[in-house]
Every structure is written in C-alpha cells, then in structure tokens.
Write a new protein. Structure first.
Length: 139
C-alpha cells in the first residue's frame, strides 16, 4: 500500500487520493475530514479476478467486514473503470478498501495490483482556496 493525497492547482479546490496498491487493509479518513466525493477510478489492469472497492462515507474508523460500506464498486479483471459524480456525494470521513467479493462481510484480498484514485473537495481545501469577500465601508 502506498497512499498519497495531494491538491490540484490551488484555484480548483479539489484534492486527489491515490492508492497504488489497494488491498483489504482499510485506508481510513483519506481526506482528513468532511467533503464531497466527485470521482472514483479503479485500475485493475494487472488483476486476474474481478475486484470490489468498498467505500465508507460516514463511518469514523470503519472496520472491513464489520460494517456495511456506503458504496461497493465492481471492476472487471484486466480492466479499468471510472465513475463521475457531478453533484458529489457528501462524506463526514472517506475510507476505503478493496476485496475479491462483493459481500459487505468479505475481507478476501484481491489478486494483482489494484490502483484507486478518488477526487474530492473538502471544507479545509475550500477555505484555503477561496478568499471571503471583504466589504469596505466608510464612516
């Protein structure tokens, strides 16, 4: 596992989390707080089996297999899948893990290297990106 989180150009207000080798180990609160999820990309090009990405949008410190994920996305073997969410999905924390089977209780590791990319906008990024308008008044 090698998770990196980085901002886009400062004027855009988006942040990307990239996991180059997603496994059945949970990546917890990848954006460090709340926000909106706009895009998910799963690259299973080197995988010999179908895999499932399980995303948790509300659980603080979720445990794979113990709770139900908010989203389960399927990616075929030797393929790449992308999903765009124009209106965004709100989250209080965003965590994810990948498994071999779709059941919410499954904890079976995937076969091959699975890369995951998530794009979100967070309140922390928005506050740093957009300056509030300042009204000037004279007495």
């Amino acid at each position: 596992m090698a998770l990196t989180v980085s901002k886009f150009d400062r004027s855009l207000g988006y942040i990307m989390a990239v996991e180059t080798d997603s496994t059945n180990s949970m990546n917890t609160d990848v954006f460090s707080g709340d926000g909106k999820l706009y895009s998910v990309d799963i690259d299973n090009s080197s995988g010999s089996n179908i895999c499932y990405l399980k995303i948790y949008l509300t659980s603080d410190g979720p445990s794979l297999g113990a709770g139900s994920p908010d989203i389960i996305l399927r990616c075929p073997a030797a393929a790449r899948q992308s999903w765009s969410i124009p209106e965004g999905l709100s989250f209080s924390t965003c965590s994810f893990a990948s498994t071999l089977n779709p059941d919410s209780t499954d904890q079976t590791a995937t076969a091959g290297t699975l890369a995951v990319r998530l794009v979100a906008s967070t309140e922390a990024i928005a506050q740093k990106t957009y300056s509030p308008l300042i009204a000037l008044t004279t007495d």
